[in-house]
Design a protein around this ligand. Structure first.
Ligand code: NI
Length: 390
Protein backbone atom coordinates (compact mmCIF):
# COMPACT_ATOMS: atom_id res chain seq x y z
CA UNK A 1 0.00 0.00 0.00
CA UNK A 2 1.28 3.46 -0.95
CA UNK A 3 -0.68 5.78 1.31
CA UNK A 4 0.80 9.28 1.54
CA UNK A 5 3.41 9.45 4.36
CA UNK A 6 2.16 12.82 5.62
CA UNK A 7 -1.38 11.44 5.87
CA UNK A 8 -0.02 8.46 7.84
CA UNK A 9 1.47 11.01 10.27
CA UNK A 10 -2.00 12.50 10.72
CA UNK A 11 -3.65 9.10 11.26
CA UNK A 12 -3.56 8.98 15.10
CA UNK A 13 -5.29 12.36 15.34
CA UNK A 14 -7.69 11.43 12.55
CA UNK A 15 -8.65 8.24 14.40
CA UNK A 16 -9.30 10.34 17.52
CA UNK A 17 -11.57 12.64 15.46
CA UNK A 18 -13.40 9.63 13.96
CA UNK A 19 -14.04 8.07 17.35
CA UNK A 20 -15.21 11.37 18.79
CA UNK A 21 -17.70 11.69 15.92
CA UNK A 22 -18.73 8.09 16.52
CA UNK A 23 -19.45 8.79 20.19
CA UNK A 24 -21.59 11.80 19.25
CA UNK A 25 -23.70 10.70 16.27
CA UNK A 26 -26.21 13.19 14.90
CA UNK A 27 -29.03 12.32 12.48
CA UNK A 28 -30.03 14.28 9.38
CA UNK A 29 -30.06 18.09 9.58
CA UNK A 30 -29.14 17.93 13.27
CA UNK A 31 -25.38 17.67 12.68
CA UNK A 32 -24.67 20.84 14.68
CA UNK A 33 -21.83 19.50 16.79
CA UNK A 34 -20.32 17.66 13.82
CA UNK A 35 -20.56 20.76 11.65
CA UNK A 36 -18.96 22.94 14.37
CA UNK A 37 -16.12 20.44 14.77
CA UNK A 38 -15.48 20.20 11.02
CA UNK A 39 -15.55 24.01 10.66
CA UNK A 40 -13.10 24.56 13.50
CA UNK A 41 -10.68 21.97 12.12
CA UNK A 42 -10.81 23.41 8.60
CA UNK A 43 -10.23 26.93 9.96
CA UNK A 44 -7.30 25.67 12.04
CA UNK A 45 -5.72 24.43 8.79
CA UNK A 46 -6.24 27.80 7.07
CA UNK A 47 -9.07 26.60 4.88
CA UNK A 48 -11.80 29.13 4.04
CA UNK A 49 -15.13 27.93 5.47
CA UNK A 50 -18.70 28.65 4.31
CA UNK A 51 -21.41 27.42 6.67
CA UNK A 52 -25.17 26.81 6.61
CA UNK A 53 -25.33 25.47 3.07
CA UNK A 54 -28.23 23.02 3.20
CA UNK A 55 -28.84 23.53 6.92
CA UNK A 56 -25.93 22.00 8.79
CA UNK A 57 -23.89 21.51 5.60
CA UNK A 58 -20.63 23.36 5.07
CA UNK A 59 -17.97 23.90 2.45
CA UNK A 60 -14.22 24.44 2.68
CA UNK A 61 -12.32 26.23 -0.10
CA UNK A 62 -8.60 25.75 -0.72
CA UNK A 63 -6.47 27.05 -3.60
CA UNK A 64 -3.43 25.17 -4.83
CA UNK A 65 -0.02 26.83 -5.11
CA UNK A 66 0.63 25.72 -8.71
CA UNK A 67 -1.76 28.24 -10.25
CA UNK A 68 -4.93 28.20 -12.33
CA UNK A 69 -6.75 24.95 -12.81
CA UNK A 70 -10.04 23.17 -12.36
CA UNK A 71 -12.40 23.43 -9.43
CA UNK A 72 -12.63 19.97 -7.87
CA UNK A 73 -15.37 19.06 -5.39
CA UNK A 74 -14.78 16.32 -2.81
CA UNK A 75 -17.85 15.33 -0.84
CA UNK A 76 -18.45 13.41 2.40
CA UNK A 77 -21.70 12.85 4.30
CA UNK A 78 -21.91 13.54 8.05
CA UNK A 79 -25.19 12.09 9.33
CA UNK A 80 -25.85 9.08 11.57
CA UNK A 81 -28.76 6.62 11.54
CA UNK A 82 -31.68 6.26 13.96
CA UNK A 83 -30.44 2.82 15.08
CA UNK A 84 -29.49 1.53 18.53
CA UNK A 85 -25.78 0.62 18.45
CA UNK A 86 -24.94 -2.93 19.58
CA UNK A 87 -21.15 -2.99 19.16
CA UNK A 88 -19.99 -2.58 22.80
CA UNK A 89 -17.05 -0.52 21.51
CA UNK A 90 -15.32 1.65 24.13
CA UNK A 91 -16.27 4.66 21.98
CA UNK A 92 -19.89 3.57 21.37
CA UNK A 93 -22.61 6.12 20.73
CA UNK A 94 -23.43 8.20 23.79
CA UNK A 95 -26.91 8.89 22.38
CA UNK A 96 -29.73 6.38 22.69
CA UNK A 97 -31.12 5.27 19.34
CA UNK A 98 -28.49 7.08 17.25
CA UNK A 99 -25.54 5.32 15.66
CA UNK A 100 -22.99 5.87 12.90
CA UNK A 101 -24.11 2.57 11.38
CA UNK A 102 -23.19 3.57 7.83
CA UNK A 103 -19.69 4.88 8.56
CA UNK A 104 -20.37 8.52 7.74
CA UNK A 105 -18.16 9.35 10.75
CA UNK A 106 -15.41 7.64 8.74
CA UNK A 107 -16.30 9.52 5.55
CA UNK A 108 -16.16 12.88 7.34
CA UNK A 109 -12.78 11.91 8.78
CA UNK A 110 -11.41 10.74 5.41
CA UNK A 111 -12.31 14.10 3.87
CA UNK A 112 -10.81 15.94 6.85
CA UNK A 113 -7.62 13.91 6.35
CA UNK A 114 -7.42 14.94 2.70
CA UNK A 115 -8.19 18.57 3.65
CA UNK A 116 -5.41 18.67 6.22
CA UNK A 117 -2.91 17.10 3.80
CA UNK A 118 -3.86 19.34 0.86
CA UNK A 119 -3.79 22.44 3.09
CA UNK A 120 -0.30 21.50 4.27
CA UNK A 121 1.08 20.76 0.78
CA UNK A 122 -1.08 22.78 -1.67
CA UNK A 123 0.73 20.94 -4.42
CA UNK A 124 -2.05 21.19 -7.02
CA UNK A 125 -3.55 23.41 -9.69
CA UNK A 126 -6.88 25.13 -9.24
CA UNK A 127 -9.19 24.96 -6.25
CA UNK A 128 -10.54 22.19 -4.06
CA UNK A 129 -14.02 22.44 -2.61
CA UNK A 130 -14.54 20.25 0.45
CA UNK A 131 -18.25 19.51 0.66
CA UNK A 132 -19.48 18.26 4.05
CA UNK A 133 -23.06 17.21 3.41
CA UNK A 134 -25.80 16.68 6.00
CA UNK A 135 -28.75 14.27 5.92
CA UNK A 136 -27.75 11.70 3.32
CA UNK A 137 -29.95 8.95 4.79
CA UNK A 138 -33.14 9.65 2.84
CA UNK A 139 -33.72 13.17 4.16
CA UNK A 140 -32.50 15.10 1.13
CA UNK A 141 -29.26 16.70 2.33
CA UNK A 142 -27.75 16.86 -1.16
CA UNK A 143 -30.85 18.52 -2.58
CA UNK A 144 -30.81 20.99 0.33
CA UNK A 145 -27.22 21.99 -0.50
CA UNK A 146 -28.14 22.33 -4.20
CA UNK A 147 -31.13 24.51 -3.30
CA UNK A 148 -28.78 26.75 -1.33
CA UNK A 149 -26.75 27.32 -4.49
CA UNK A 150 -23.85 24.96 -3.83
CA UNK A 151 -22.68 24.76 -7.43
CA UNK A 152 -23.61 28.34 -8.32
CA UNK A 153 -21.40 29.55 -5.50
CA UNK A 154 -18.74 26.90 -6.10
CA UNK A 155 -18.97 25.93 -9.79
CA UNK A 156 -17.07 22.66 -9.76
CA UNK A 157 -15.73 21.08 -12.95
CA UNK A 158 -15.68 17.64 -11.33
CA UNK A 159 -16.98 16.07 -8.14
CA UNK A 160 -16.06 12.89 -6.31
CA UNK A 161 -17.80 11.05 -3.51
CA UNK A 162 -17.15 7.71 -1.86
CA UNK A 163 -18.53 5.13 0.52
CA UNK A 164 -16.83 2.58 2.75
CA UNK A 165 -17.71 -0.89 1.47
CA UNK A 166 -17.51 -3.80 3.94
CA UNK A 167 -17.85 -6.32 1.09
CA UNK A 168 -14.39 -5.32 -0.17
CA UNK A 169 -11.17 -5.91 1.76
CA UNK A 170 -8.97 -3.19 3.24
CA UNK A 171 -6.72 -2.03 0.39
CA UNK A 172 -9.37 -2.66 -2.25
CA UNK A 173 -11.16 0.07 -4.17
CA UNK A 174 -13.89 -0.18 -6.78
CA UNK A 175 -15.61 2.21 -9.16
CA UNK A 176 -18.42 1.25 -11.52
CA UNK A 177 -18.85 3.34 -14.68
CA UNK A 178 -22.39 4.38 -15.60
CA UNK A 179 -25.30 3.56 -13.29
CA UNK A 180 -23.63 2.36 -10.09
CA UNK A 181 -26.34 2.73 -7.46
CA UNK A 182 -30.09 2.52 -7.81
CA UNK A 183 -32.54 5.36 -7.85
CA UNK A 184 -35.26 5.09 -5.21
CA UNK A 185 -38.81 6.26 -4.65
CA UNK A 186 -40.70 5.77 -1.41
CA UNK A 187 -44.44 5.12 -1.64
CA UNK A 188 -47.50 5.09 0.61
CA UNK A 189 -50.80 3.32 -0.05
CA UNK A 190 -53.89 4.26 1.94
CA UNK A 191 -56.48 1.48 1.71
CA UNK A 192 -59.98 2.55 2.78
CA UNK A 193 -62.72 0.04 3.52
CA UNK A 194 -65.63 -0.07 5.92
CA UNK A 195 -65.09 -1.47 9.40
CA UNK A 196 -67.36 -3.91 11.16
CA UNK A 197 -67.77 -7.05 13.28
CA UNK A 198 -65.07 -9.70 12.78
CA UNK A 199 -67.74 -12.38 12.85
CA UNK A 200 -69.95 -10.73 10.25
CA UNK A 201 -67.66 -9.72 7.36
CA UNK A 202 -70.57 -9.37 4.93
CA UNK A 203 -71.44 -6.11 6.73
CA UNK A 204 -68.06 -4.52 6.09
CA UNK A 205 -65.52 -3.96 3.33
CA UNK A 206 -62.32 -5.52 4.56
CA UNK A 207 -59.13 -3.55 3.77
CA UNK A 208 -56.89 -6.34 5.13
CA UNK A 209 -57.94 -9.02 2.63
CA UNK A 210 -57.63 -6.44 -0.17
CA UNK A 211 -54.16 -5.44 1.04
CA UNK A 212 -53.01 -9.08 1.20
CA UNK A 213 -53.87 -9.50 -2.50
CA UNK A 214 -52.32 -6.16 -3.30
CA UNK A 215 -48.96 -7.13 -1.76
CA UNK A 216 -48.76 -10.23 -3.98
CA UNK A 217 -50.06 -8.47 -7.08
CA UNK A 218 -47.53 -5.64 -6.80
CA UNK A 219 -44.70 -8.18 -7.00
CA UNK A 220 -45.90 -9.08 -10.49
CA UNK A 221 -44.77 -5.65 -11.71
CA UNK A 222 -41.12 -6.65 -11.44
CA UNK A 223 -41.63 -10.20 -12.75
CA UNK A 224 -44.13 -9.42 -15.55
CA UNK A 225 -43.91 -5.76 -16.57
CA UNK A 226 -40.21 -4.86 -16.32
CA UNK A 227 -37.88 -6.08 -19.09
CA UNK A 228 -36.04 -9.07 -17.52
CA UNK A 229 -32.73 -7.62 -18.74
CA UNK A 230 -33.38 -4.50 -16.64
CA UNK A 231 -33.71 -4.58 -12.88
CA UNK A 232 -36.17 -3.19 -10.38
CA UNK A 233 -37.17 -3.82 -6.78
CA UNK A 234 -40.52 -3.29 -5.09
CA UNK A 235 -40.44 -3.85 -1.34
CA UNK A 236 -43.44 -3.35 0.92
CA UNK A 237 -41.78 -2.57 4.23
CA UNK A 238 -44.66 -1.45 6.40
CA UNK A 239 -48.29 -2.48 6.93
CA UNK A 240 -50.38 -1.17 9.76
CA UNK A 241 -54.01 -1.61 10.58
CA UNK A 242 -56.44 -2.99 13.15
CA UNK A 243 -56.46 -3.16 16.92
CA UNK A 244 -58.72 -6.05 18.01
CA UNK A 245 -59.37 -9.77 17.41
CA UNK A 246 -63.00 -9.25 16.51
CA UNK A 247 -63.08 -5.97 14.61
CA UNK A 248 -62.54 -5.54 10.89
CA UNK A 249 -60.75 -2.20 10.60
CA UNK A 250 -61.90 0.53 8.26
CA UNK A 251 -58.48 1.48 6.91
CA UNK A 252 -54.97 0.22 6.33
CA UNK A 253 -51.70 1.93 5.52
CA UNK A 254 -48.81 0.32 3.71
CA UNK A 255 -45.52 1.78 2.59
CA UNK A 256 -42.35 0.73 0.87
CA UNK A 257 -39.61 1.48 -1.59
CA UNK A 258 -38.97 1.07 -5.30
CA UNK A 259 -35.46 0.80 -6.80
CA UNK A 260 -34.41 1.15 -10.45
CA UNK A 261 -31.43 1.99 -12.66
CA UNK A 262 -33.10 4.18 -15.28
CA UNK A 263 -35.88 6.74 -15.40
CA UNK A 264 -37.68 4.65 -18.05
CA UNK A 265 -37.86 1.66 -15.68
CA UNK A 266 -38.94 3.95 -12.85
CA UNK A 267 -41.78 5.40 -14.93
CA UNK A 268 -42.92 1.95 -16.00
CA UNK A 269 -42.90 0.64 -12.40
CA UNK A 270 -44.88 3.65 -11.18
CA UNK A 271 -47.56 3.40 -13.87
CA UNK A 272 -47.90 -0.38 -13.46
CA UNK A 273 -48.20 -0.05 -9.69
CA UNK A 274 -50.97 2.53 -10.21
CA UNK A 275 -52.79 0.17 -12.56
CA UNK A 276 -52.64 -2.67 -10.03
CA UNK A 277 -53.70 -0.52 -7.07
CA UNK A 278 -56.68 0.81 -9.05
CA UNK A 279 -57.58 -2.69 -10.23
CA UNK A 280 -57.35 -4.09 -6.72
CA UNK A 281 -59.54 -1.29 -5.40
CA UNK A 282 -62.21 -2.10 -7.99
CA UNK A 283 -61.94 -5.85 -7.36
CA UNK A 284 -62.37 -5.58 -3.59
CA UNK A 285 -64.66 -2.56 -3.58
CA UNK A 286 -62.30 -0.46 -1.50
CA UNK A 287 -60.65 2.92 -1.90
CA UNK A 288 -56.91 3.02 -2.43
CA UNK A 289 -54.60 6.02 -2.85
CA UNK A 290 -51.03 5.54 -3.98
CA UNK A 291 -48.47 8.30 -3.53
CA UNK A 292 -44.82 8.36 -4.55
CA UNK A 293 -41.98 10.50 -3.27
CA UNK A 294 -38.84 10.73 -5.40
CA UNK A 295 -36.03 10.19 -2.90
CA UNK A 296 -32.85 9.27 -4.79
CA UNK A 297 -31.89 9.64 -8.43
CA UNK A 298 -29.83 6.91 -10.10
CA UNK A 299 -26.14 7.41 -9.24
CA UNK A 300 -24.54 7.94 -12.65
CA UNK A 301 -20.76 7.85 -12.85
CA UNK A 302 -18.99 9.73 -15.63
CA UNK A 303 -16.59 7.40 -17.49
CA UNK A 304 -13.71 9.95 -17.53
CA UNK A 305 -14.12 10.64 -13.81
CA UNK A 306 -14.07 6.87 -13.19
CA UNK A 307 -10.74 6.63 -15.03
CA UNK A 308 -9.39 9.45 -12.87
CA UNK A 309 -10.46 7.59 -9.72
CA UNK A 310 -8.82 4.39 -10.96
CA UNK A 311 -5.60 6.22 -11.74
CA UNK A 312 -5.47 7.90 -8.32
CA UNK A 313 -6.55 4.73 -6.48
CA UNK A 314 -3.99 2.51 -8.21
CA UNK A 315 -1.24 4.88 -7.02
CA UNK A 316 -2.41 4.15 -3.47
CA UNK A 317 -3.58 0.53 -3.46
CA UNK A 318 -1.72 -0.70 -6.57
CA UNK A 319 -3.33 -2.30 -9.62
CA UNK A 320 -4.02 -5.42 -7.58
CA UNK A 321 -6.13 -3.36 -5.18
CA UNK A 322 -8.59 -2.34 -7.87
CA UNK A 323 -11.53 -4.68 -7.30
CA UNK A 324 -13.37 -6.04 -10.30
CA UNK A 325 -16.74 -4.84 -9.10
CA UNK A 326 -18.89 -4.38 -12.21
CA UNK A 327 -22.44 -4.98 -11.01
CA UNK A 328 -24.29 -1.95 -9.67
CA UNK A 329 -25.84 -2.10 -6.21
CA UNK A 330 -29.55 -1.65 -5.41
CA UNK A 331 -28.80 0.53 -2.43
CA UNK A 332 -29.08 4.25 -3.11
CA UNK A 333 -27.10 7.39 -2.49
CA UNK A 334 -28.04 11.04 -2.63
CA UNK A 335 -24.68 12.09 -4.07
CA UNK A 336 -26.62 11.12 -7.22
CA UNK A 337 -28.33 14.54 -7.02
CA UNK A 338 -24.95 16.28 -7.21
CA UNK A 339 -23.82 13.95 -10.02
CA UNK A 340 -26.90 14.90 -12.01
CA UNK A 341 -25.55 18.48 -12.09
CA UNK A 342 -21.74 18.06 -12.25
CA UNK A 343 -19.90 15.13 -13.89
CA UNK A 344 -18.00 13.03 -11.42
CA UNK A 345 -17.66 9.63 -9.82
CA UNK A 346 -18.72 7.80 -6.69
CA UNK A 347 -16.43 5.00 -5.56
CA UNK A 348 -16.15 2.31 -2.90
CA UNK A 349 -13.34 1.87 -0.36
CA UNK A 350 -12.97 -1.57 1.20
CA UNK A 351 -12.17 -2.28 4.85
CA UNK A 352 -11.96 -4.98 7.47
CA UNK A 353 -15.27 -4.37 9.25
CA UNK A 354 -17.41 -7.19 7.97
CA UNK A 355 -20.87 -6.42 9.34
CA UNK A 356 -23.10 -4.94 6.63
CA UNK A 357 -23.93 -1.24 6.44
CA UNK A 358 -26.89 -0.27 8.69
CA UNK A 359 -26.39 -3.39 10.89
CA UNK A 360 -26.52 -2.60 14.65
CA UNK A 361 -23.03 -4.15 15.00
CA UNK A 362 -21.59 -2.39 11.93
CA UNK A 363 -17.93 -1.48 12.44
CA UNK A 364 -15.91 1.08 10.46
CA UNK A 365 -12.29 0.03 10.04
CA UNK A 366 -9.98 2.98 10.79
CA UNK A 367 -7.47 1.47 8.37
CA UNK A 368 -9.60 2.91 5.56
CA UNK A 369 -8.93 6.51 6.67
CA UNK A 370 -5.41 6.79 5.22
CA UNK A 371 -6.45 4.91 2.06
CA UNK A 372 -9.43 7.17 1.41
CA UNK A 373 -7.63 10.42 2.27
CA UNK A 374 -4.66 9.44 0.06
CA UNK A 375 -6.89 8.64 -2.92
CA UNK A 376 -8.77 11.96 -2.63
CA UNK A 377 -5.46 13.82 -2.36
CA UNK A 378 -3.98 11.99 -5.36
CA UNK A 379 -7.10 12.81 -7.35
CA UNK A 380 -6.64 16.52 -6.70
CA UNK A 381 -2.88 16.42 -7.34
CA UNK A 382 -3.43 14.48 -10.55
CA UNK A 383 -5.26 17.26 -12.40
CA UNK A 384 -3.20 19.22 -14.90
CA UNK A 385 -3.35 23.02 -14.80
CA UNK A 386 -5.75 24.55 -17.24
CA UNK A 387 -8.02 27.51 -17.50
CA UNK A 388 -11.57 27.11 -16.38
CA UNK A 389 -14.09 26.53 -19.14
CA UNK A 390 -16.11 29.67 -18.32
NI1 NI B 1 -24.05 5.60 3.88
Amino acid sequence: MQTLPLIEEFVPSLIAIRRDLHEHPETGFEEDRTSDLVASLLISWDIEVHRNIGGTGLVGVLKGKKGAGPMIGLRADMDALPIQEETSLPYSSKYDGKFHGCGHDGHTTVLLGAARYLAATRDFYGTVIFIFQPAEEGLGGAKAMLRDGLFERFPCDRIYGFHNWPELELGQVAVIPGACMAGADFFDIEVKGRGGHGGMPQQSTDPIVAAAHLVSALQSVVSRAVDPVDAAVISITRISSGHAYNVIPSALHMAGSVRFFSDAVRDSVVSNMRRIVEGCAATFNIGADLEFQKIFSVTMNDPDACREVLEAASRVVGDSGIAKLTRPTTSSEDFSEMLSVIPGAYFFIGHGGKKPLHHPEYLFDDGAIAVGASILSRLVEGFPGRHRKN
